[in-house]
Design a protein around this ligand. Structure first.
Ligand SMILES: N[C@H](CCC[C@H](N)C(=O)O)C(=O)O
Length: 320
């Protein structure tokens, strides 16, 4: 008899920005803020910069009316808050869906609270993944300031589907200790908080970043943050006649940003699955999935599963 509170999970990261994926195709799980905080705790839980619940849009009456995507990324911050959009998380979720045969490699649409994003996943299970992140929005509050380590700097507001305040420094070390959240003013401009990027230019198309993420803390990398930094760096430039490639170096690794003539931004980065298993959920799902149903990682690529929760062949999901 399986414990109904046990649920399959997959762990992974993009440039060391790490996440727990909870497959929940039929939208059964009830994730409370307390459950999310416990799962993300690096001692009492699995440890992560966020939770990605993967839900078939067909199982969410609201989602199915708003998107052509087959899957919805329900992103949660470790403080228990809902997240609208997560670049590194979306890279990882797309890799997971392709690697376990739930979607064919190539282009796939994934719905988020910030809208639907088109993702490209190579069929080699290891190469970098790319997201069309859409156009950044720099309009909105002016006079943004960020205070950290007792110093205050002007900042550029960028919306990537989630809010960012970007500070340019000679050296990112000047931000000093980011274990305390920077203060962003005016507070009214960010009623639900903001992710703060500290950026140093290392070349005309090469940025170095440190990021303090809303609801998380300082992370090793931030996909939407890297895009926001590039958008802020180009705040006074017109869209380029040809695509422009930026390298964004973060403590956890390099992300690649391409600014297209349309003004839309592509994010390309690594997506590495590191573990799978089962986890005890204190809010047991009413899932019908017997524990043994967890699609094993070893089955990836076959597309066939006798027991997986997402039964069916790769061909069946090919229409996805
Ligand atoms: N925690 C932030 C989002 C950061 C997402 C970051 N991990 C990324 O890769 O984009 C928020 O609540 O807006």
């Amino acid at each position: 008899m399986t414990d109904p509170a046990l649920h399959p999970f997959v762990k992974g990261h993009g440039a060391e920005n790490d996440f727990v994926i909870l497959p929940d195709p039929e939208n059964h799980l009830i994730l409370t803020p307390e459950e999310v905080a416990r799962l993300c705790d690096r001692r009492t839980g699995l440890g992560a910069d966020g939770i990605l619940r993967a839900v078939r849009c067909a199982a969410d009456p609201e989602a199915i009316t708003m998107t052509d995507a087959e899957w919805f990324m329900d992103y949660r911050n470790p403080d228990g808050g809902l997240g609208a959009m997560c670049g590194n998380g979306l890279l990882l979720l797309a890799r997971y869906l392709v690697d376990v045969g739930l979607h064919r490699p190539g282009a796939l649409l994934i719905a988020t609270r910030a809208g639907t994003r088109r993702v490209h996943v190579p069929d080699d299970h290891t190469g970098p993944v790319t997201i069309d992140m859409g156009r950044p929005c720099l309009s909105g509050a002016g006079g943004i300031e960020v205070t950290a380590a007792g110093r205050t700097w002007p900042a550029v507001h960028v919306d990537m589907g989630n809010p960012h305040a970007v500070v340019f420094l000679e050296d990112t070390a000047l931000a000093e200790d980011l274990r305390t959240a920077p203060t962003v003013t005016p507070a009214a401009a960010y009623p639900h908080g903001a992710t703060v990027e500290f950026v140093a230019a290392r070349g005309p198309h090469h940025l170095q970043l440190r990021v303090h993420e809303r609801g998380v803390g300082e992370t090793r990398a931030c996909g939407t943050g890297a895009c926001a930094a590039v958008a802020a760096a180009r705040a006074h430039q017109p869209s380029p006649p040809l695509a422009v490639h930026y390298a964004a170096d973060l403590p956890g690794g390099r992300l690649h940003i391409v600014v297209r003539p349309s003004g839309a931004i592509d994010l390309t980065g690594p997506a590495v699955i590191t573990a799978q298993g089962t986890v005890h959920l204190t809010q047991p799902s009413d899932s019908k999935l017997p524990m043994g149903a967890a699609r094993t990682w070893a089955q990836r690529g076959s597309g066939e599963s006798e027991t997986g929760p997402f039964r069916g062949s790769r061909a069946e999901h090919a229409q996805g």
